[in-house]
Ligand binder design. Sequence first.
Ligand code: PBG
Length: 342
Amino acid sequence: SHDESRQPMSLTPINAPFPSTRLRRLRRNPALRGLAAENVLSVDDLIWPIFVMEGDNDAHPIPSMPGVSRLTIDRAVNAAKEARDLGIPAICIFPYVEGSFKTEDCKLAWSADNLSNRATAAIKSAVPEVVVMTDVALDPYNANGHDGIVRDGVIVNDETVEALVKMALAQAAAGSDILGPSDMMDGRIGAMRRALEADGFQDTAILSYSAKYASAFYGPFRDAVGASGALVGDKKTYQMNPANSDEALRLVARDLAEGADMVMVKPGMPYLDICRRVKDQFGVPTYAYQVSGEYAMIAGAGANGWINEEQVMMESLIGFKRAGCDGILTYFAPRAAKLLNG
Ligand code: PBG
């Protein structure tokens, strides 16, 4: 237990005024706090993930993500216009795929006119200045909910990579600016980069979900994309063990060597130590994904009046900047942008 008689060793010379350092001087008022601020969150740092669904002019609220809805393509285009008006540089598209379209071979994933690709094309034609990021993983299209092709209960790596390459090319052809492989298969970045170069998509960037953990914080997302019911087992044979940190650095090094332009740590708040290590070690564009479960905790507690939602939201976002991130994927993007724009 704490021993009151043990004092920390004083660094103050015995005859100096006490206290020798008044760090509170620079916290006295907003102007001084602003001058002394080490990090700043800006609208430029935000990537806004949205969920799209089939249909016309409709939105379906996602119960486990209060304030977030699935949007039909026309509404997704409006969201992109909102992003442009708010100064949010990028949106990220996730499709909700009906159960009847999910198959074992996942072939809808690389169909040129699937929902995600139609949404990408519609947004790029209406609002070309907004960067569109798309998700490269098979889970929305997979009958068993996994990010890879399953054979005899095993997620097969190399066959999945072949499928992901086709998916990446279809997304690039639809106009996606940034491909976000979130599947955690080995070798997918190199395979995608080679195929993109060969097919004339030299300028399509890859933001690799390099350090993606097997996390229970993805629960609400799986509701949002309709994968919760489909998922058989868990994703621990391909997503990372939350106990690991050095492994994240190996993954980032590997993905950069294979041609990733940007890297991601996911989830965000419980993994800020990983963000910091990645940024310090590699000095490359580093992003964090404040995932659905993190959003749900803040929005749910906020809706109950247990926390001040707006303040917690902004505090959580500056935490990513402090941890070294260049940007944040967050469902709070439009709300944070409105606050930042005053
Ligand atoms: C799947 C994917 C997931 C998320 C983004 N892409 C879920 C998963 O791996 O099961 C999670 C995002 C979130 O929770 O907000 N490829």
